[in-house]
Design a protein around this ligand. Structure first.
Ligand code: FAD
Ligand code: SIN
Length: 516
């Protein structure tokens, strides 16, 4: 039988950190869909939030996270994140991660809704890539970890009520194979590609959420999708992120008339929470009948900008825009999903043998809206905790007596995405389940997405349409506005009726679970 001790699906920050923990007690196979270093993590710019600076306090980081989460954070999960964060960042530095320093001391910057400068960054705006580099270097020194690149997982295998492995594409032999393990850690990241406009790379199709749902896991809070306000919006350019750290350093938003406008929407102006800045930009675009607004940094010192944001500066130059001289056209795009596979703070799902960590998981740490730069920290802390729990709880599970199916020739399995369904789902989600939602549009989207999921002719396409349907159903179910979820037909937050998490499980109606 094709088997190992532990399977990790995904090689972003959560998957790599989980693999390192699991390697303390067994052989680990890391299956990943593309190149090993291709993930949301790789593109993270602004930084990683951690209460490590002299003028910061853990209580303040907890408070800021709870405030951003708009009443729906699980406070115990937030405490774990904030209180264990410094230990995991220090460990990462010991493993070779080089965060930017000033006069030898770690340099902390500010992002929206943080009350202190607490964001560490690397090579200015390449924080994620430095984290991947240092974690990969460390995993490569660990002989018990094996990587399988370009090995997309298609389904989870469940036997006797336990997750015992995965069905995946073996890229070397062009076969769909099975692999068994004592435990499986889902670390498949986000789902931005469900939307036509997104900051996320191609791999972020939310596979883990729909695979887990299909296998019987509970998925929670899928209505909460964060839209990043400032994404490059120049004709012909990709939807490249223009980090919130730019606003943290003083960038202003201007409309087509050259006027700053955030003061008309929120007293915190450019540093209001992301959902407020995104909706304000959308309102301003609507009011001025335009496709974008401008991010203006031209009042900041040119040398500072080139040094502090080298990647953003170079990328904009490629599209004829110079940060130091030009105002940059921006508009919101889907960025992060707060919901996911429901877990406790050890990464346990309701399905024995299945753990989840990172963006695919919903620990409740982000509530209805994620505080900027909390997710790299989440990947480190909860990746390690999920790995430790899987190790402790599964080491005695025996893989004997499991049946194995013959590998399927890939040409017969028809595993490629159906491009038409993908495009239709992305457009529907963007137009009807986006930044501003309404019952009529949500209902129309749900009908079409239900058809698209039912008609999908392979598991990859079905997973994609299924996740879009689950997000839409949750958005329709929550009849209030909270955090990143904004309903034009229910535009107030309603703590009397809606202080609950949405929960969806196969063959059961959507329902609420009271918040911890
Ligand atoms: P990912 O890093 O996305 O990794 C998921 C992995 O799973 C990938 O390797 C992928 O190939 C693999 N995978 C997916 N599906 C399958 C499958 N079916 N089979 C096998 N493998 C699969 N957060 C911050 O805290 N600070 C920031 O500054 C920041 N900036 C960001 C900038 C951008 C442009 C983006 C897109 C996100 C940013 N975020 C930031 C969010 C943050 O990067 C992510 O939330 C975080 O990195 C997720 O880590 P992860 O390990 O859970 O998933
Ligand atoms: C950014 O740099 O603006 C992204 C930070 C994040 O998503 O946490």
């Amino acid at each position: 039988m094709n088997q190992t001790d532990y399977i990790v699906i995904g090689s972003g920050v959560a998957g790599l950190r989980a693999a390192l923990e699991l390697a303390r007690g067994g052989e680990v196979a890391v299956l990943t869909k593309d190149r090993i270093d291709e993930s949301n993590t790789e593109y993270a710019q602004g930084g990683v939030a951690v209460a490590l600076s002299d003028d910061d306090e853990m209580a303040l980081h907890v408070e800021d996270t709870l405030n951003a989460g708009a009443g729906l954070c699980d406070e115990s999960a937030v405490r774990v994140l904030v209180e264990e964060g410094p230990r995991y960042i220090t460990e990462l530095i010991d493993w070779g991660a080089e965060f930017d320093r000033k006069d030898g001391e770690l340099s902390f910057t500010r992002e929206a809704a943080h009350s202190r400068n607490r964001i560490l960054h690397a090579r200015g705006d390449s924080t994620g890539s430095e984290i991947v580099r240092s974690l990969l270097a460390h995993t490569r020194r660990e002989p018990k970890i094996t990587f399988l690149a370009h090995a997309a997982t298609l389904e989870l295998i469940v036997e006797g009520g336990r997750c015992t492995g995965v069905q995946y594409i073996d890229p070397n032999e062009s076969l769909v194979r099975e692999m068994r393990a004592r435990a499986v850690i889902l670390a498949t990241g986000g789902a931005g590609q469900i939307y036509a406009q997104t900051t996320n790379p191609e791999v972020a199709t939310g596979d883990g959420i729909s695979m887990a749902y299909t296998a019987g896991a509970i998925v929670s809070d899928l209505e909460f999708v964060q839209f990043h306000p400032t994404v490059l919006s120049a004709p012909g350019a990709p939807r490249f992120l223009l980090s919130e750290a730019l606003r943290g350093e003083g960038a202003r938003l201007r409309n087509h008339a050259g006027e700053t406008f955030m003061k008309n929407y929120d007293p915190r102006e450019e540093l209001a929470p992301r959902d407020i800045v995104s909706r304000s930009i959308a309102a301003e675009m609507n009011r001025t009948n335009s496709y974008w607004v401008y991010l203006d940094l031209t009042h900041l010192e040119a040398d500072f900008l080139r040094q502090r944001f080298p990647k953003i500066h170079m990328t904009c130059l490629r599209y004829g825009l110079d940060l130091t001289k030009d105002q940059i056209p921006v508009s919101p795009a889907a960025h992060y999903i707060m919901g996911g596979v429901r877990t406790d703070t050890e990464g346990r799902t309701n399905l024995p043998g299945l753990y989840a960590a990172g963006e695919v998981a919903c620990t409740g740490v982000h509530g209805a809206n994620r505080l900027a730069s909390n997710s790299l920290l989440e990947g480190l802390v909860f990746g390690a905790r999920a790995g430790a729990a899987a190790l402790e709880e599964s080491s005695s599970f025996t893989l004997a007596n499991l049946s194995e199916h013959e590998p399927i020739d890939i040409s017969q399995s028809d595993w490629m995405f159906d491009p038409q369904t993908r495009y239709r789902v992305q457009e529907l989600m963007w137009r009807k389940v986006g930044l501003i939602r309404h019952q009529d549009e949500l209902k129309a989207a749900l009908i079409e997405l239900t058809d698209l999921a039912a008609q999908a002719y392979n598991s990859r396409t079905r997973n994609f349409a299924t996740l879009a349907r689950l997000i839409t159903l949750a958005a329709l179910w929550r009849e209030e506005s909270r955090g990143a979820h904004y309903r034009a037909d229910f535009n107030d937050r309603n703590d009397t009726d809606w202080l609950v998490h949405s929960a969806q499980q196969i063959d059961q109606p959507i329902h609420g679970i009271p918040k911890n």
